[in-house]
Design a protein around this ligand. Structure first.
Ligand code: UD1
Ligand code: CA
Length: 476
């Protein structure tokens, strides 16, 4: 199998290689590789790279596909010439049939590819072209059939080569084909670049095979949307929308309520349990899993996180790489950073930030806290504004807090530090020494109270201002 991904994407007017532009939260090329991998093993997939090859390779290397370098990009036909040269150098014989995909046709489904291959073998064709009839065929190569309903194709004509009688031809070439490898390879040297783009067109192979009496057939995709290409940002955003709509429809079919689904951004791999409610303008990204009967309120962004059942995420929360137990309540405006583990029924409230922190079952940090590198037990009350001072300017240190402890508001816990089970920390404390189980620690300056001081001062000022004799200040 081959995936053509060497092109620059001139029409995008972008410095980023076209196949690395994202739709549905993932690079175009990754979508295509994913579909391809359902049919063959990764090491049988030849990815043809060229423009910014290193960057493209790095972005998809983990998929395990093979790379073939097309140093200068002289068109899709030239991409196949480069592949042919590469395969001829390798020890293994080339595959008998070759499925060729385009790296910029990302919505293609594995089922459609399987059906194309099956049809190709059944028809004993030299070339089988996946086609579609979209609402607007402008810009695509057109597939001309021998007769209206006949499977046989006579040629593929690129948009800029269409002659007046062909301009209305409705059936487009998807850029996805199945070839008998030997038949394809026998025609590659005959391609010419004498055309509107000055490129070697793979599409010209169709007419060359037909001229040889070989069978070239077309297989129409069930839905045109699946084979739409991504040549401009506007086309990509259209595909993105289609992909998001598929994701929200899939979740709604599984019992998830999504208000105004068109405003939500939900990646394809996200899983959500039944009876969870997702409010408008929510983003669920990456490998996120959400249980059932949760409520995700507006303007929250949940990325690579796992939420149990019955979790409430109030407005404006940001979660990344977090784990949240059943029945927990977050926000509004809580920020859970990587390795935050929030226990069942725990609360992380208004403007609290957590990082690499475990908060035990039923513990509450409801207001304005920073909890980093901490292990906090169950049933702990973390008062408003508590801060774990985890960083000494050079290294990070950890804080541990035992079950049932009470940390008074506005306390700073200077790590490394341990607060024992059931211990109390007085409000406004700066804690620098461990607090044993059940103890009370107060780490703040003693309060000095001067009776009447404020009243007297006020009186003095009034007196010197207007010299009134009957003010209470005279009772000094
Ligand atoms: C191509 C088809 C057109 C079809 C359309 C479907 C040709 C000549 N035309 O046009 O009939 O309707 O796809 O989307 O094939 N690439 C390389 N090396 C190159 C040039 C391109 O690897 O030298 C890759 C690109 O990265 C891209 C794919 O091949 O992924 C298609 O190339 P592109 O330039 O987008 O072709 P289209 O003009 O869309
Ligand atoms: Ca294209």
């Amino acid at each position: 199998m081959a995936i053509m991904a060497a092109g620059k994407g001139t029409r995008l007017k972008s410095r980023r290689p076209k196949v690395l532009h994202e739709v549905g939260g993932r690079a175009l090329l990754l979508h295509v590789i994913e579909a391809a991998k359902t049919l063959v093993e990764a090491n049988h997939i030849y990815c043809i790279v060229g423009h910014e090859a290193e960057r493209v390779q790095a972005a998809v290397a983990e998929t395990g596909v093979q790379f073939v370098l097309q140093e200068v990009q002289r068109g899709t036909g030239h991409a196949m010439q480069v592949l042919k040269a590469h395969l001829e150098l390798s020890a293994a014989p080339p595959p008998k049939h070759l499925l060729v995909l385009s790296g910029d046709v990302p919505l293609i489904r594995a089922e459609t590819l399987a059906a194309l291959c099956e049809r190709h073998l059944r028809e004993r064709a030299a070339m089988t072209i996946l086609t579609a009839v979209p609402a607007d065929p402008t810009g695509y190569g057109r597939v001309l059939r021998a007769a209206a309903a006949a499977p046989e194709v006579t040629a593929i004509v690129e948009q800029r080569s269409l002659v007046p009688g062909q301009l209305a031809a409705p059936e487009i070439n998807s850029g996805i084909y199945c070839f008998e490898t030997a038949a394809l390879f026998s025609k590659l040297e005959m391609l010419s670049s004498d055309n509107a783009h000055g490129e070697f067109y793979l599409t010209d192979v169709a007419a060359l095979l037909v001229a040889d009496g070989r069978r070239v057939v077309a297989q129409q995709a069930e839905s045109a949307d699946e084979v739409l290409g991504a040549n401009t940002i506007a086309e990509m955003m259209h595909l993105d929308e289609a992909m998001r709509a598929t994701a929200t429809r899939r979740l709604m079919a599984q019992g998830v309520t999504i208000f105004r689904p068109d405003t939500c951004i939900i990646d394809a791999e996200v899983e959500v349990g039944a009876d969870t409610v997702i409010e408008p303008y929510v983003q669920l990204l990456g490998a996120t899993r959400i249980g059932s009967e949760c409520r995700i309120r507006s303007y929250s962004v949940v990325q690579r996180s796992t939420l149990g059942d019955g979790v409430t995420v109030r407005n404006g929360c940001i979660l990344e790489g977090a784990e949240v137990g059943d029945g927990a309540v977050l926000g509004p405006c809580a920020h859970l950073r990587p390795e935050s583990k929030i226990g069942e029924q725990a609360h992380v409230g208004n403007f609290c930030e957590t990082k690499k922190t475990t908060l035990g079952r039923g513990s509450k940090a409801n207001h304005l806290s920073y909890l980093g590198d901490a292990v906090i037990g169950a049933g702990v009350n973390v008062g408003a504004g508590v801060i774990t001072c985890n960083y000494d300017g050079a290294r990070k240190h950890s804080t541990t807090i035992g079950d049932g402890a009470f940390i008074g508001s506005d306390s700073t816990l200077v790590a490394p530090i341990h607060i024992g089970d059931g211990a109390y920390v007085g409000a406004g404390s700066c804690i620098t020494h461990p607090v044993p189980d059940g103890a009370l620690a107060i780490g703040r300056a003693h309060q000095v109270t001067k009776e009447g001081w404020a009243t007297a001062r006020r009186a003095r000022r009034t007196h010197s201002a207007d010299k009134l004799a009957d003010t209470p200040a005279n009772k000094r």
